[in-house]
Design a protein around this ligand. Structure first.
Ligand SMILES: [Zn+2]
Length: 166
């Protein structure tokens, strides 16, 4: 690890310790330790903390993906150049609801919207309203089934969303 990574790891450890400390401070205030708590009380609070961190990390990473998306994309149907815009919507992640930033372009000629980015610059399928991860290759999932993705697993390369849904 180079110096930058070492510093980042040290900072991560420090912040994790601080988060754990804050969780315990909350529990002390709530009187959790007035008697010896059942371990599940501690574990549930810790898992909740982890989910909060997960949601923040997902939101941040989604913004990063959106920020790296090109300003224009060609319509998958008519190949016209379309302006790419960002929007947010709430999706259900494994850690709970996430305010997801995503990039969508609208083709005036076809009166359709399509989602970005995706593999090899092709527009990707716009997933249903509550599904996360509307980009990337199927292999990124590494065999994991996403509970809200349902039957949307295959053929996600190309799908347009009608203007009425956009
Ligand atoms: Zn078009």
């Amino acid at each position: 690890m180079d110096a930058v990574r070492v510093a980042r790891e040290a900072k991560r450890q420090e912040l994790l310790l601080q988060l754990a400390e804050l969780m315990v401070e909350d529990q002390v205030e709530e009187g959790v330790f007035l008697e010896t708590p059942h371990y599940s009380v501690i574990e549930l609070a810790a898992m909740n903390l982890g989910h909060q961190l997960s949601r923040q990390a997902q939101q941040r990473a989604a913004r990063e993906v959106a920020a790296r998306c090109p300003a224009e994309a060609n319509c998958p149907t008519c190949d016209a150049a379309c302006v790419v815009q960002t929007q947010t919507r709430q999706v259900r992640s494994l850690s709970g609801p996430v305010e997801m930033t995503e990039t969508v372009a609208h083709c005036r000629r076809c009166r359709r919207s399509f989602c970005l980015p995706s593999e090899a610059g092709k527009p990707s399928r716009c997933l249903p309203a509550t599904s996360p991860r509307p980009w990337g290759r199927e292999s990124d999932l590494q065999g994991r089934r996403w509970p809200t993705a349902g039957s949307e697993g295959s053929n996600r390369r190309l799908m347009e969303r009608s203007a009425s849904e956009a």
